[in-house]
Design a protein around this ligand. Structure first.
Ligand SMILES: [Zn+2]
Length: 427
């Protein structure tokens, strides 16, 4: 097996779980990054996932998802709007009765009429959640839908909400809905109001998924400057432009300690950052701890796929079967010669996948250097050029008929052509 010293440019996991770019970790690449020591991925599968149009989950399915999230190592699960949606209030109580010990958070509207938001906090806390997550409106567009709350009164409302929930004993999180479509000055001012009144976590949300990673990084840094080192910073971002993961990582680079995620990137609109992408990118590429069990993250993604009734996509990042299937002759040859990592980054066993080799029609290259020659060697045979040629012809015939020959087909052809047991033939 190749060792670390043979490959100074590759970052090799000692347990052969992954081989990735060492360039990621160079000082000149990471200059200016303020990576936290640990990133907590908040599980939003039940709340954000069910906000997908066309998705309605049963209580049993939600309980199964909550147990799975907890088993992966997730320490915070979003239950829903426990102060304003009766079914969510009941769900939080059920989670506590059924042994969910992770932190549970309720989303609470800070922009409802006076009297209403206080009652929502009271109901949410009675349901058994320990985190109250206030969503504030502050940009001109969103405020037109709440005419009882003039823009100038928003910071004072945020302060009142945070103080009320803190006094009731909750851990308090606050985020401005659509912060990325809000004037940065206001983002700062509202965050400062939340922190000054004791918020534990300050959120930055790209609710519509329309910010660039550079803008997210800027907003997280701006928020940190506004609130100081005390509160932790959280990021929630949608995938409208396919940038949810890049944006979440930009937030982490700027120091965000909490990031929202859903397996497979499900959620309202184009969904949010996929849990499996964030977990692997943060752990493997950045080397920052998430506290999660990576093989179980892949299992959780498959469970979510089944419960949401989503068709598996072969090219799905991290867990897709196509990442571990090969039909390029030189790739198959490397794998058969013992170098799986030349054309894969993650060992399939880490994500519960199995490797598959396809000897496809019009993809088999002539000569003994390629995939067929490698298979002959792997079986312990020696073959001359004419024999290799005949094996390639026979395998190509199968591929022409079936679109590709399987590894078993190829082994059968080789044994038929060369006879006997390959391992014995060379001994
Ligand atoms: Zn969302």
């Amino acid at each position: 097996m190749a060792s670390r010293s043979d490959h100074p440019e590759i970052l090799i996991d000692p347990d052969e779980r992954w081989w990735v770019s060492r360039t990621n970790r160079l000082d000149e690449v990471q200059r200016g990054a303020q990576l936290p020591r640990r990133v907590h991925l908040r599980d939003c599968t039940i709340r954000e996932g069910e906000e997908m149009a066309g998705v309605v989950l049963t209580v049993d399915q939600k309980l199964e998802l909550a147990h799975a999230a907890q088993d992966v190592g997730i320490d915070e699960i979003e239950v829903g709007y426990c102060g304003s949606i009766r079914e969510h209030e009941e769900l939080a109580k059920l989670f506590r009765r059924e042994g969910i010990t992770a932190s549970l958070s309720s989303l609470n509207r800070s922009y409802t009429r006076d009297g209403e938001w206080q009652a929502e906090v009271d109901r949410a806390l009675k349901s058994g959640v320990n985190i109250i997550y206030f969503i504030a409106f502050c940009n001109d567009d969103l405020l037109t839908s709440v005419p009882w709350l003039p823009k100038r009164d928003v910071p004072a409302r945020i302060e009142a909400c945070v103080r009320y929930a803190k006094e009731a004993g909750a851990e308090v999180m606050y985020a401005l809905a659509g912060a990325s479509r809000t004037e940065p000055q206001w983002v700062s001012e509202c965050a400062r109001a939340a922190a000054a009144s004791g918020a534990d976590i300050i959120g930055v949300a790209d609710s519509m998924g329309c910010a660039l990673p550079e803008a997210v990084e800027y907003l997280v840094r701006l928020t940190r400057e506004a609130v100081g080192p005390g509160p932790r910073i959280q990021f929630h971002g949608h995938n409208t432009f396919g940038l949810a993961t890049a944006n979440a990582l930009a937030a982490v680079r700027a120091g965000a300690e909490l990031v929202d995620a859903v397996p497979l990137g499900l959620g309202e609109g184009a969904g949010i950052a996929p849990l499996e992408e964030l977990a692997f990118a943060i752990e493997v590429l950045y080397g920052v701890d998430t506290g999660l069990d990576l093989p179980k993250v892949a299992d959780f993604a498959r469970l979510t796929q089944r419960i949401f009734g989503v068709a598996p996509m072969p090219t799905k990042t991290i867990i897709g079967s196509a990442l571990y299937s090969h039909s390029i002759d030189s790739h198959i040859a490397s794998i058969l010669r013992g170098k799986w990592y030349s054309w894969e980054c993650i060992n399939p066993r880490v994500v519960g996948q199995t490797r598959r080799l396809e000897f496809g029609y019009a993809k088999i290259r002539r000569g003994s250097s390629g995939a067929i020659g490698a298979k002959v060697e792997q079986l312990g045979y020696k073959a001359n050029d004419a024999e290799i040629d005949r094996i390639i012809d026979a395998v190509s015939e199968i591929a022409a008929r079936d679109r590709w020959a399987t590894e078993t087909d190829v082994e059968r052809v080789i044994r038929e052509e060369l006879g006997g047991d390959g391992a014995r033939a060379t001994s």
